[in-house]
Ligand binder design. Structure first.
Ligand SMILES: [Zn+2]
Length: 333
């Protein structure tokens, strides 16, 4: 019997194997099945905390596991944050403390007081925020969510017209050339890379680097890489929100109106203008929103998109950021 300790990726894969993963993926159905399996209630709290607060948290009491996820973010990022906290829960990342006969296990931040004011902060023993991957536990939770969701939110869900399984590629090995999924994912990754490079150069803490993703097939590896790039850009956008100059949304909507852009193109222009200005302001150390940020957010589609859909949106943002003449004019003001 092999008694070698499992790698982080292998531990995550082993765990994923045991889970009921709905197709197409649905976070509420996933949590319901998980709660039934564990025999413990899970309560999802959607909310919105301040700009320097974590956007995900897990708070466990004797009866209930509360998962908080910021809900003013793109659906892919919301779902990822929930799954990151599920990773902490299932990978056993928490210290147990006794207080007043009740066992409380907590990961998160003092911000939990805003979410669950009746819980005593004195019982908080550990603070983990999803924005920093310094600890092994943070990296492992992040890897768990990425490995699981990079496959379920793949292009196959949206375009292949059949329910994929996590191990499609073991059952039907891809050919070396002509694999349409891999080609689309690779092409999207290539087009997204310039924007991703610019963003992680300025906000390097969003990167999950130096992780051995283990024995993935080449399609899974490509999906994982694209998924991480989309998510890391989205995470950086969230961290950069306090740096968005307050006049940008109004400027972007006016520019979009003047050019008669459709709502999707207007969102692309808004996102590009916000990101461009926020990157510059961050570099200059010029924070525009000291307190709670209340900027106009792009309109996100209500259905859960695949990673490829979000990648396409961000590729358009990157193109606008690089070459839209209106943005160049805005920069020169
Ligand atoms: Zn975490």
């Amino acid at each position: 019997m092999n008694t070698m300790p499992l790698s982080m990726a292998a531990r995550c894969e082993e765990l994923i194997e045991t889970l009921v993963v709905p197709r197409p993926f649905d976070i509420d159905r996933f949590l319901k099945a998980l709660a039934e399996k564990r025999g413990r209630r899970i309560k999802l709290i959607r909310g919105r905390l301040g700009p320097d607060q974590p956007f995900g948290m897990l708070i466990s009491t004797a009866e209930i596991d509360y998962i908080y996820s910021a809900d003013d973010v793109p659906p892919l990022q919301f779902r990822h944050t929930v799954m990151h906290e599920v990773g902490h829960l299932l990978l056993g990342h928490f210290t147990s403390t006794s207080g007043g006969g009740e066992t409380l296990r907590v990961a998160g931040d003092d911000a939990l007081r805003l979410l669950l004011p009746t819980l005593s902060p004195a019982l908080v023993r550990r603070i983990l925020a999803r924005t920093v991957y310094a600890s092994d536990e943070e990296r492992e939770a992040e890897l768990f969510a990425s490995l699981l969701l990079s496959r379920v939110s793949s292009v196959r869900d949206a375009h292949a017209g059949r329910a994929p399984t996590l191990h499609d590629d073991l059952v039907a090995p891809e050919t070396i050339v002509g694999n349409p999924v891999r080609q689309r994912v690779w092409r999207a990754t290539r087009h997204l890379t310039p924007l991703w490079r610019r963003v992680v150069a300025e906000v390097p803490q969003v990167r999950l680097s130096d992780v051995d993703v283990g024995a993935l097939t080449s399609v899974e590896r490509a999906q994982y890489r694209l998924y991480r790039r989309v998510l890391e850009i989205r995470d950086a956008q969230l961290l950069l929100r306090p740096y968005i100059p307050p006049e940008i949304p109004e400027w972007a909507f006016a520019a979009a109106n003047k050019r008669g852009l459709d709502p999707v193109a207007a969102d692309v222009l808004l996102e590009a203008a916000e990101l461009d200005a926020a990157l510059d302001a961050h570099r200059a150390g010029q924070r525009h929103h000291p307190e709670v940020v209340d900027v106009v957010m792009p309109r996100y589609p209500s259905e859960t998109p695949g990673v490829l859909t979000e990648a396409c949106q961000l590729i358009r943002v990157g193109t606008a950021l690089h070459s839209d003449p209106a943005l160049t004019a805005l920069r020169r003001r």
